[in-house]
Write a protein that binds this ligand. Structure first.
Ligand SMILES: [Zn+2]
Length: 224
């Protein structure tokens, strides 16, 4: 194993533990993948994150259709959408999936998040879409997620949770925090009134501002 792969495996373990300690995820429901050369490194299925070590991270070739993997443990049951997102979107280096409470609550209503805060521009547009429902682990769920992620770095999954992806693991985890925060703020706002929605021109302005500003993840993700 190369130094690069070892470091990436350690970063995945660190981020999994942080994801649960921060309340962003519960139990073993969430999962993380990262691109490494022509393969994906992904969390194993059903291993509590406190027991996880870098050697348990599963390696799957991105080109394989049959779900074959290298490692002593089986990959996350959601390996299919991780693989399909990394395949379809070469700009992404990492994918984070969580059942974070507020994003998941909105997914239960199958409601997209509108541009109720300018931070939505960090996800590539003026909405966070909600992917149509499909059973976990299926090719249908993977297809639905790809549709909801078109021109976006995040989406909700109906009656399930959320997915975010970005160029590397630190940025993807930062987006996971931002998406859960946005969902929480939107849930609070709709309880007390009707949120004002920013227009598309303002969101486009914010996207340009973010690009120029070089928006970086907060320090929590800097262990990578
Ligand atoms: Zn899930």
């Amino acid at each position: 194993m190369t130094e690069g792969e070892r470091a990436l495996r350690e970063a995945i373990v660190t981020q999994c533990r942080w994801m649960n300690a921060s309340g962003l995820n519960q139990g073993t429901s969430g999962n993380i993948s990262a691109r490494h050369e022509d393969a994906m490194l992904i969390t194993p299925s059903a291993v509590p994150y406190e027991d996880l070590d870098p050697g348990m991270i599963v390696r799957m070739p991105l080109s394989a259709e049959d779900g074959r993997f290298e490692g002593s443990l089986r990959p996350s049951t959601e390996w299919r959408f991780h693989r399909d997102i990394l395949r379809a979107r070469p700009e992404f280096g990492a994918v984070v999936h969580t059942h974070s409470p507020h994003a998941t609550a909105l997914s239960m209503l199958r409601r997209e998040i509108p541009a109720c805060h300018y931070m939505i521009a960090a996800f590539g547009g003026s909405t966070i879409r909600c992917a149509d429902y499909a059973t976990f682990g299926t090719a249908e769920l993977s297809r639905n997620a790809l549709v909801a992620l078109e021109d976006r770095k995040g989406c909700l999954l109906a009656n399930h949770g959320m997915i975010v992806a970005d160029e590397d693991l630190a940025r993807a985890m930062w987006l996971a925090v931002e998406l859960e925060t946005l969902a929480r703020q939107y849930v609070i706002a709709v309880q007390i009134g009707t949120p004002f929605v920013l227009d598309d021109a303002e969101i486009e302005r914010m996207q340009r501002a973010f690009a120029g500003y070089g928006l970086r993840p907060a320090t929590q993700a800097s262990e990578e």
